[in-house]
Design a protein around this ligand. Structure first.
Ligand SMILES: [Zn+2]
Length: 496
């Protein structure tokens, strides 16, 4: 059997001013997809893996990806999907199609861009070709997505350590249904509830207990698979929020019952989904007071408002400026700041510079902070990590990078490309050992955990302002549903 692999992968923060235009996308075609992803832990790797089965040929066609930034332009969306559909048409016929999508993509004309892709693919290939979809746990699942596919899987861990496993399961179900071994039918339940980004870590409650409920449904009669999507609160779309999928072997009532049971269980603990994080000042003084010595490990402060992995600017100075005024020593963070990198390059390694760092993207992430320090290192910014990382990625590029040791005992790692703090190699590759610091800032909520949990004395989620702040009242939503908890305290949910 012959399966096509394709996708546009984008988590869209509709509040971000950085648009995802055509140039912003990395586009991999055919064997480039295999080269880039086969040895990774990503969705594409899981889809490619089914090709090891002697009866299955996987043909990678096109995969377009860009970091989580703002809305996809109409031009980018149309150009990429046009190429996608033309490749699908030229290289067919197909027994099945594997869709590698994120699930929270928004384009200028299509708030549900993933659903639109699924629909266009379905229209082209017709109703009989099987379509499998594997999406990120931050997907805002929609009926349009589900109505146009046969099987869907969602990552089960946040941080995302299992994309490959879930994609492989999706591909297995597609293979088995093409062979006639199973007849998958699925039910999507979308209760009116949003879980705050700071409550989405799956190893802790409330998500731990939500995932235990999913495990339970897997032993319900006729259920062959199930998924929970946490949803992505920074995409202002109608279906924004949690979603629950159950896949049954031919029994839609069983799938409905399992999905609704999970959704109702989650709804019953919705008060635990609301964000509650300390202020920057409280977090810094807590870390400063508790820190004893190096063996004690660093206190890692998550800069929730500048969550690079969720579409933020990577140059927020809210924590830095307060750390400076509070006189916090042994402080480490990254900042996206190509201009300051240039200033460090002109000064040269070992020289002293005074630069205004950070906060150059917009007015949501603080003001530039004036620092004086010695340029310790300059580096091309490319590094790789074989350890488990969020999303399963291996290769990273921070662009030209400068390490600046300031006169107030801070180390700033300044990058020319936006690069998340999801790998400790980002630090080791420039000779910086986060283990030696008192306070390390990681921009994100959950994604830096695989990198920093092993060395952190404690991880503190901090309520910082910014385009990914945990304070959802900061945003003006225009498209979300109106009966939605916690925006509407008295929201109601009554599955039929
Ligand atoms: Zn995600």
């Amino acid at each position: 059997m012959k399966l096509a692999l394709l996708g546009i992968y984008h988590e869209t923060n509709t509040f971000s001013k950085v648009v995802a235009d055509y140039a912003a996308f990395n586009i991999y075609r055919k064997e480039e997809i295999t080269r880039e992803y086969q040895t990774s832990q990503t969705t594409n790797a899981g889809f490619l893996q089914i090709g090891e089965d002697k009866d299955v040929e996987v043909v990678p066609l096109i995969f377009a990806i860009t970091g989580p930034i703002g809305t996809i332009t109409a031009d980018a969306f149309e150009s990429i999907s046009k190429e996608m559909l033309s490749l699908l048409e030229t290289h067919g016929p197909w027994d099945g199609v594997l869709l590698s999508l994120h699930g929270a993509a928004v384009s200028e004309h299509y708030p549900d861009a993933d659903g639109e892709i699924a629909e266009r693919v379905r229209t082209l290939i017709g109703p009989d070709v099987k379509v499998g979809l594997s999406v990120d746990m931050h997907a805002n699942l929609s009926r349009k997505m589900i109505e146009n596919i046969d099987v869907a899987t969602v990552y089960r861990t946040n941080p995302h350590l299992d994309p490959k496993i879930r994609a492989f399961e999706c591909a297995e179900m597609i293979r088995d249904s093409i062979k006639g071994k199973i007849d998958p039918v699925l039910w999507l339940e979308i209760p009116p509830v949003v879980i705050n980004i700071v409550k989405q870590f799956t190893d802790e409650d409330p998500m731990k207990s939500v995932m235990e409920k999913l495990d339970k449904t897997l032993s319900f009669p006729n259920i062959i698979h199930g998924s929970v999507a946490e949803g992505y609160p920074y995409a202002d779309v109608e279906e924004m929020g949690m979603g629950f999928i159950s896949v049954s072997d031919g029994d839609i009532e069983a799938a409905k019952e399992a999905s609704q049971w999970m959704a109702r269980e989650a709804w019953n603990i919705r008060d635990q989904f609301v964000g509650d994080t300390p202020s920057i000042e409280d977090a810094l003084s807590y870390a400063d007071k508790k820190y004893i010595n190096q063996e004690d490990g660093p206190y890692v402060l998550m800069d929730v408002g500048d969550n690079i992995g969720a579409g933020s600017s990577a140059d927020s100075t809210h924590i830095l400026s307060l750390a400076k005024s509070m006189g916090i020593k042994g402080y480490l963070q990254t900042l996206w700041d190509p201009k300051s990198v240039k200033a460090c390059v002109s000064a040269g390694v070992g020289s002293e510079v005074t630069v205004d760092v950070g906060a150059k993207t917009d007015d949501m992430h603080g003001l530039p902070v004036s620092v004086t320090g010695i340029v310790r290192t300059l580096f091309n910014g490319k590094f790789e990590d074989d350890r488990p990382t969020h999303g399963g990625f291996k290769y990273y590029d921070g662009g030209l990078t400068a390490v600046l040791d300031t006169d107030d005992d801070h180390t700033l790692v300044l990058t020319s490309l936006r690069c998340g703090n999801t790998s400790r190699e980002q630090m080791y590759s420039v000779g910086v050992y986060p283990e030696k610091y008192r306070v390390v800032v990681a921009k994100g909520v959950v994604s830096p955990r695989p990198a920093y949990q092993p060395i952190a004395k404690e991880i503190l989620l901090v309520n910082t302002p910014g385009v990914t702040t945990s304070d959802l009242n900061f945003f003006e939503y225009r498209r979300r549903r109106s009966n939605l908890y916690p925006f509407e305290d008295l929201a109601s949910y009554d599955p039929d």
